[in-house]
Design a protein around this ligand. Structure first.
Ligand code: ARG
Ligand code: ZN
Length: 889
C-alpha cells in the first residue's frame, strides 16, 4: 500500500458478489501459518454485474479453487492487492489457501504474535492480511472457524461465537471449532491461541438466559482481572436497563494482550484488549486506571449492538458506531459515578465526568480541527482509514449524538434508538439511516442537523447581552460562525443547542420566561440556534442577570463572550451549573496564563488567587469536583488558544502560575493533604478517588512551589503508600519539582516494578513528560534518549512507544520544541524508525507536528526540514505519507 490512492465517500459502490458463509481453518505456526478458507459467494442483486473481488495483503497464495475446479486461465486477475475472479450464475464456492508469517508481522494488524501467543486485530482492514476476502464492512457472512495449534504453547484456542468441539491431534497438537451464529463483517473476526487463564462468571440476562463471561489473562495476572469482570457485568445491566439491549450470545470473552495498537476491539463475542484496559489491582493501578478500564470495557461491550448487530456500510460511516458508542460509554460512566455519589452528590458527580470528556475534546479535537487533518465526523476522503480513528470521529462524533439526545430528550432519543434497531438490525448502514430513524421516531426534521456530519471545524458562538431595566428584559444575541478548514472555505449555519441560565445579582438562577410566554419556566433552557444570528428576549426579570451559557457544554463549540474578571469570579462562586462553574475557573485561568505568556502581565493577579482559593476550599463541593476546578487547563488546549503558539513562553507562564498558587495557598494545600486522607485498605470508589485526586493535586502544587513541608509530605507518602494512586501521585509531585529526592524516588520505583510492564509505562511517561523546574536539569530529550536504551523499552511495543515518545511529543511541548531543534530531529528519526515496523503507530507519532504552521517562525523553520526529511524517506508507508503530506501541503 505504498502509494495508496485517495478513497472518496462519493465513490461508494456495492460489490457484485458478497459472501454468505465462510469456513476457516487455521494451522497455527509462528513462522508459517496455513489458512484455508472456503467461501460461499453470492451475487448481490443490488449491484451491477462484475467479478468476485477479494482483497489480500502480505499473503502467500498456495492454491485457489472455484467450485471444485481450478479457475480457467484468464478468469483470475490480481492487481493492486485485489484478486478478481470471473464467475457466472448466482452462487460460487471459492476455496483459497494462504500462508502467513505471524512472527514477521510487526504491524499488529492481521494475525500476529505477542509473548508466544497468537492474536488478531482486523479493524479496519486487517482481515485481508489473513486471507483473501471482500474485506469491507458491507459484506456480512456467517463464520465457522477451526484452530489447530501446539497444545503446550497454546493450550487455549478461541474464536467468535460458540465452541462446537475440541480435541487432541497427533504430534502434541490440538484443535477447537467455533461457530458464530450472527453474520458479521470481516473486521469483527478474531482468534486467540495462547497460554492464558480465565476468570469466569455465569450471570443471567434480563430475560433469564444464562451466559458465561470470561476474562482471559496470563496466569500471573489473574489477581488483576476482577475489576474488568465487574465492569462487564455493570455494562450488561446498564444496557439492559437504559436501552433494553441484551447480550445475544451464550458466551462473552475478553482477552488481554500486551502488544496492541489501540485501546481495545469489539470482535463479536471475543473482545481483545490492550492489557492497560483490563489489568488492575491496588498495588499497580491508579484510580484513573480503574475508571478507564470500566469505560473501555463498557465501550467494547456496547459495540455489540451499536457496531456489531448494526454496522457501518463503509468506513466513512465510522462515527455511526464510534460516536454513538462513545456517547453510550460516557453516559454509562456518568450513571455509575452518580450512583456511587448518591442522590445528594449525583449532579456534581455527573459534571466531573462531563468535565473529563470536555477536557479531552478541547485538547485533542479542537487542535485537530485547527490543522491540516481537520475533517467532518463523517470524512469525505482518506488514504489510510487507520488515520481516521480520530478525536473528531470519536469525541466530536459523541458530542453530535449528545446534541441529538439534548434536542430530543431521553425518551425521544430512546424511541429513535428502538426504531433504528427495528429497521436495521443485521445490516450495514450509514449515518443518514441513524439520523433518519431519530427524526422519524420523533416527528422532527433533522435535515439541517445533518450539517454536523458534513462540516469540519470548531464553530464559534459569539454571545452578547443587552439589559433594558425599564421593561426588565434581557436580550441575548447569539451569532455562529465556523472557520474555514482544508477543502471547506465556506460553512452553513448549524443547529446548535445552547443551554442557558440567567443568574441574578444574589447569585441565584432566575426562572426563565421568553417573550410571548405566559409563565416563567425552568432555570435552565435549551435554545436552538439555527440561523447565523438570533436574538432571544427574556422578560420579567427583577435585575440585570449574569448569563451562564452553554451549560453542561451543550454543543462542541467555542463560546465567545466578553466577561470581566469580576464576572468570571462571580460565576466561579455562584453558577448553579457545576460544569460552567468549572468552566468559569478555566476561562479565568486561561486569561491569567496567556497574559503571562504574552508578556501583558508579570504576575498572577491577587483577585485570581482569591477566587481560586474560595473554590478550592468550598467544603460544600465534593473533592472530585474541586480537583477538577483546581487543575489548570491542558497545555495542548492553551497552545491552541495562543497565536502564534509559543511553547516556551507558555511553559514559563504555567510554571509561574503553579508556583504562585502553590506558594500563596501553601497552608490551604497542607490542610487539604490531611483532610483528604483516605483510611483503610484501598477500594476503587469514586468518592475515595476524588479525595485522593485532590490530595495528590495538593502535593503537586506544593512541590511545584518548592514548599519544604509539601516535599516532605510527598516523600513520606511515596515511601508509605499502600496503593498506586498515592504512590504514583507522590512520585509525580517529586518529579515535577526541584527536589533532589526525585532521582532516588524514580530509581526506587523502577526497582520495585522492574518486571511490571504496565507500571513501567507510567514510569517512562512521567519522565518523558517532566517539566524543567530548574535550569540545572538536563533537557528532557536527553533523558528520553537514555530511557530508550532501558531494557524494558521496546520500539515494537505500542504501549512503550506511547508512554515514552508519545508523551514527549504530545504532552511536553516546551521540551519537544526546544529552540535548538533537537526535538524535531529526534522526531523525524523515530517516526522513520517506527514506520518500518508499525505504520499505524508511526502515523500517530507523526501527527505530533501536524499543526506546525501555528508555531512561531523560528520553530517553523526548524520543523519544516524534518517534515520534508520524513516525507522523503524511502519506503515510507501511506499512513505516514498522508499525515506528513497534508502537514506540508
Ligand atoms: N473499534 C475499536 C474501538 O473503538 C478501535 C479499533 C481501531 N483500530 C484501528 N486499526 N484503528 O474500540
Ligand atoms: Zn469503538
Amino acid at each position: 500500500t505504498e502509494h495508496a490512492p485517495t478513497i472518496r465517500r462519493a465513490d461508494y459502490q456495492p460489490l457484485a458478489w458478497t459472501v454468505e458463509r465462510i469456513d476457516l481453518h487455521f494451522s497455527l505456526d509462528p513462522d508459517a501459518t496455513l489458512v484455508k478458507s472456503r467461501m460461499v459467494c453470492v451475487r448481490n442483486p443490488a449491484a451491477e454485474e462484475g467479478p468476485i473481488r477479494l482483497w489480500g495483503e502480505a499473503l502467500e497464495r498456495l492454491s485457489l479453487l472455484v467450485e471444485g475446479a481450478g479457475p480457467a486461465a484468464g478468469t483470475v486477475r490480481e492487481a493492486d492487492g485485489v484478486l478478481e475472479i470471473d464467475a457466472g450464475g448466482e452462487r460460487a464456492v471459492v476455496e483459497v489457501t494462504t500462508r502467513i508469517d505471524p512472527r514477521a508481522n510487526t504491524t499488529l494488524s492481521g494475525l500476529y504474535l505477542s509473548n508466544g501467543g497468537f492474536f488478531t486485530q482486523c479493524e479496519a482492514e486487517g482481515f485481508r492480511r489473513i486471507t483473501y476476502f471482500p474485506d469491507r464492512p458491507d459484506v456480512m457472512a456467517r463464520y465457522t472457524v477451526t484452530l489447530e495449534a501446539d497444545r503446550a504453547a497454546c493450550p487455549v484456542l478461541l474464536s467468535n461465537g460458540n465452541l462446537l468441539e475440541e480435541g487432541d491431534l497427533p504430534g502434541g497438537r490440538h484443535y477447537a471449532r467455533w461457530e458464530d451464529p450472527f453474520p458479521k463483517p470481516s473486521y469483527l473476526f478474531a482468534l486467540v491461541a495462547a497460554k492464558l487463564v480465565a476468570l469466569e462468571r455465569t450471570v443471567a440476562t434480563a430475560s433469564g438466559r444464562e451466559v458465561l463471561l470470561q476474562v482471559w489473562v496470563e496466569e500471573g495476572n489473574l489477581d488483576r482481572s476482577e475489576h474488568a469482570m465487574e465492569s462487564l457485568i455493570h455494562s450488561m445491566r446498564w444496557d439492559e436497563e437504559t436501552f433494553g439491549l441484551e447480550l445475544d450470545l451464550d458466551r462473552f470473552m475478553i482477552v488481554a494482550v500486551g502488544d496492541f495498537n489501540m485501546g481495545a476491539m469489539e470482535n463479536k463475542g471475543l473482545n481483545i484488549f490492550n492489557t492497560k484496559f483490563v489489568l488492575a489491582k491496588p498495588d499497580t493501578a491508579t484510580d484513573v486506571d480503574y475508571e478507564n478500564i470500566e469505560s473501555v470495557v463498557a465501550h467494547e461491550y456496547f459495540h455489540n449492538w451499536t457496531g456489531n448487530r448494526v454496522t457501518c456500510r463503509d468506513w466513512f460511516q465510522l462515527t455511526l458506531k464510534e460516536g454513538l458508542t462513545v456517547f453510550r460509554d460516557q453516559q454509562f460512566s456518568a450513571d455509575m459515578l452518580a450512583r456511587a455519589a448518591g442522590p445528594e452528590g449525583a449532579v456534581s458527580a455527573r459534571a466531573v465526568k462531563r468535565i473529563d470528556d470536555v477536557r479531552v475534546l478541547r485538547a485533542a479535537q479542537f487542535a485537530e480541527d485547527a490543522g491540516p487533518m481537520a475533517h467532518p465526523i463523517r470524512p469525505d476522503s482518506y488514504r489510510e482509514i487507520n488515520n481516521f480513528y480520530t478525536a473528531t470521529v470519536y469525541e466530536k462524533g459523541a458530542e453530535v449524538i449528545r446534541m441529538l439526545h439534548t434536542l430530543l430528550g431521553t425518551e425521544g432519543f430512546r424511541n429513535g434508538m428502538d426504531l433504528y434497531f427495528s429497521y436495521h438490525d443485521g445490516q450495514a448502514v450509514t449515518c443518514d439511516d441513524f439520523v433518519e430513524a431519530m427524526a422519524e421516531a420523533n416527528g422532527v426534521d433533522l435535515d439541517q442537523f445533518m450539517r454536523w456530519y458534513e462540516q469540519a471545524g470548531t464553530p464559534r458562538v459569539k454571545a452578547s447581552g443587552a439589559w433594558d431595566a425599564a421593561s426588565g428584559t434581557y436580550a441575548l444575541t447569539l451569532a455562529q460562525h465556523t472557520p474555514p478548514t482544508p477543502g471547506q472555505p465556506e460553512k452553513q449555519p448549524l443547529v446548535i443547542p445552547v443551554a442557558v441560565g440567567l443568574i441574578g445579582p444574589d447569585g441565584r438562577d432566575r426562572p426563565l420566561r421568553l417573550e410571548g410566554e405566559s409563565q416563567p419556566g425552568a432555570t435552565t433552557r435549551v435554545l436552538a440556534l439555527t440561523a447565523a444570528g438570533q436574538t432571544f428576549r427574556f422578560v420579567g426579570l427583577d435585575a440585570e442577570p449574569v448569563p451562564s451559557l452553554l451549560r453542561g457544554f451543550s454543543a462542541p463549540v467555542v463560546l465567545e463572550l466578553d466577561e470581566t474578571d469580576e464576572r468570571l469570579a462571580f460565576r466561579m462562586a455562584h453558577d448553579a451549573d457545576p460544569f460552567n462553574r468549572w468552566d468559569a475557573a478555566q476561562r479565568y485561568a486561561e486569561r491569567v496564563i496567556l497574559a503571562l505568556a504574552g508578556g501583558q502581565a508579570s504576575a498572577v493577579p491577587q483577585a485570581f488567587v482569591a477566587a481560586f482559593r474560595a473554590l478550592l476550599n468550598d467544603a460544600a463541593l465534593d473533592p472530585a469536583f474541586r480537583a477538577q476546578a483546581a487543575a489548570l487547563p491542558a497545555e495542548a488546549y492553551l497552545l491552541e488558544r495562543m497565536s502564534p503558539a509559543d511553547p516556551a513562553a507558555l511553559r514559563a507562564a504555567l510554571i509561574a502560575t503553579m508556583r504562585t498558587l502553590g506558594g500563596a495557598l501553601a497552608d490551604d494545600w497542607l490542610a487539604l493533604i490531611d483532610a483528604m486522607r483516605v483510611d483503610g485498605a484501598y477500594r476503587y470508589h469514586p468518592g475515595d478517588a476524588g479525595r485522593r485526586a485532590l490530595g495528590n493535586l495538593a502535593l503537586r502544587y506544593l512541590a511545584a512551589a518548592g514548599d519544604a513541608r509539601g516535599l516532605a509530605a510527598a516523600s513520606t507518602r511515596f515511601e508509605s503508600a499502600t496503593d498506586m494512586t498515592e504512590r504514583f501521585g507522590a512520585l509525580a509531585a517529586l518529579v515535577q519539582s526541584t527536589s533532589p529526592a526525585r532521582e532516588a524516588a524514580l530509581a526506587a520505583f523502577h526497582e520495585r516494578y522492574r518486571d511490571d510492564a504496565l507500571v513501567l509505562d507510567k514510569w517512562f511517561a512521567l519522565q518523558a513528560g517532566a517539566w524543567r523546574w530548574d535550569d540545572a536539569v538536563a533537557p528532557t530529550l536527553e533523558r528520553v534518549r537514555a530511557l530508550m536504551a532501558d531494557a524494558a523499552f521496546s520500539l515494537s511495543n505500542p504501549n512503550k512507544v506511547y508512554a515514552l515518545l508519545g508523551t514527549f511529543f504530545r504532552a511536553n511541548a516546551a521540551e519537544f520544541h526546544a529552540a535548538d531543534g533537537s526535538g524535531h530531529a529526534f522526531w523525524a528519526e523515530q517516526v522513520v524508525a517506527l514506520d518500518a515496523k508499525n505504520p499505524q503507530v508511526a502515523a500517530r507519532m507523526a501527527r505530533a507536528l501536524e499543526n506546525w504552521c501555528r508555531y512561531a517562525p523560528a520553530l517553523q523553520s526548524s520543523i519544516r526540514p524534518q517534515l520534508e526529511r520524513v516525507l522523503a524517506a524511502p519506503g515510507l508507508s501511506s499512513d505516514v505519507q498522508e499525515i506528513v503530506g497534508k502537514a506540508l501541503a
